[in-house]
Design a protein around this ligand. Structure first.
Ligand SMILES: C[S@@+](CC[C@H](N)C(=O)[O-])C[C@H]1O[C@@H](n2cnc3c(N)ncnc32)[C@H](O)[C@@H]1O
Length: 242
């Protein structure tokens, strides 16, 4: 299969779970020198870019469902093919789990063959196509009661010049960091999590980083996690609960 390494620092392939992923290559030797000033700038200024119509329409339909929901809400941002969304729904039967990804191709892909999950009786989830740069702001403004907020294997954008494409360097970060009693990020690039941890601290929240160690009978949370583990790479988790 032809592989392409793109600027996001990942390989685009037909099957996200294959075990031939290359380790991240970056020209940074530590947290980005402009991280603090970029985060402080975003925390001081509101992000007023107009919402895209399709994301607004998706949000409004979900908002009605969230308002009518009696239990907790779990947000699975950058859900890709939605594997983690389905697992979270199965494991949290009283929660409404919402998976969001901008890629129509990913959210509609059938991954049943590679990642079978018995979903009998599981209907407490939605997987939608939306741009999180808008969706996050809408969730924050609507004050959704998000108990757990997941960002699993976000695109790393490892080149130094792309700091502002990472979620902690983005203008929408002030909304991201307010969503969820807990925020869980996973990445195969520890520095991404260290930067997010520092950005969270500037915004007043504390988190800890640990390694993702799967026991023998545990399945990977997502296809990207499977791909990194199958390639012999370490995966890391940042858990923000304060
Ligand atoms: C590396 S993939 C990880 C997917 C999945 N979490 C997994 O681990 O298998 C990153 C995902 O983030 C999504 N994404 C990136 N920027 C986004 C944005 N602004 N809004 C919504 N989704 C976005 C991409 O479409 C992609 O599916």
């Amino acid at each position: 299969m032809v592989k392409q390494v793109n600027e996001q620092g990942r390989q685009d392939q037909a099957n996200d779970s294959q075990g031939d992923s290359k380790a991240i290559v970056t020209n940074q030797d530590g947290t980005h020198e402009n991280l603090v000033s970029v985060v402080e700038k975003h925390l001081k200024h509101s992000f007023d870019k107009p919402y895209q119509a399709h994301t607004l329409a998706v949000f409004e339909a979900l908002d009605a469902k969230v308002k009518a929901w009696q239990g907790a809400v779990i947000l699975d941002a950058c859900c890709g093919v939605g594997q983690s969304t389905r697992l979270l729904a199965k494991n949290n039967p009283n929660a409404l789990v919402i998976g969001v990804d901008k890629s129509a191709n990913r959210i509609t892909r059938n991954v049943e063959e590679h990642f079978p999950v018995d979903l009998a009786g599981v209907s407490n989830y939605e997987i939608v196509r939306a741009n999180l740069n808008d969706f996050y702001r809408l969730v924050e403004q609507a004050n959704w009661p998000v108990s757990k907020h997941y960002i699993l294997y976000p695109n790393p954008w490892p080149k130094s010049k792309h700091l502002q494409r990472r979620w902690h360097g983005a203008a929408v970060f002030p909304s991201i960091i307010k969503i969820g009693k807990t925020i869980t990020l996973r990445s195969n690039w520890r520095l991404y999590l260290e930067e997010f941890q520092l950005a969270a601290e500037i915004a007043g929240r504390k988190g800890t980083i640990s390694d993702v160690a799967l026991s023998e009978n545990q399945v990977p949370f997502t296809p990207f996690e499977a791909k990194f583990i199958n390639s012999g790479q370490a995966c890391w988790q940042l858990e923000i609960d304060g």
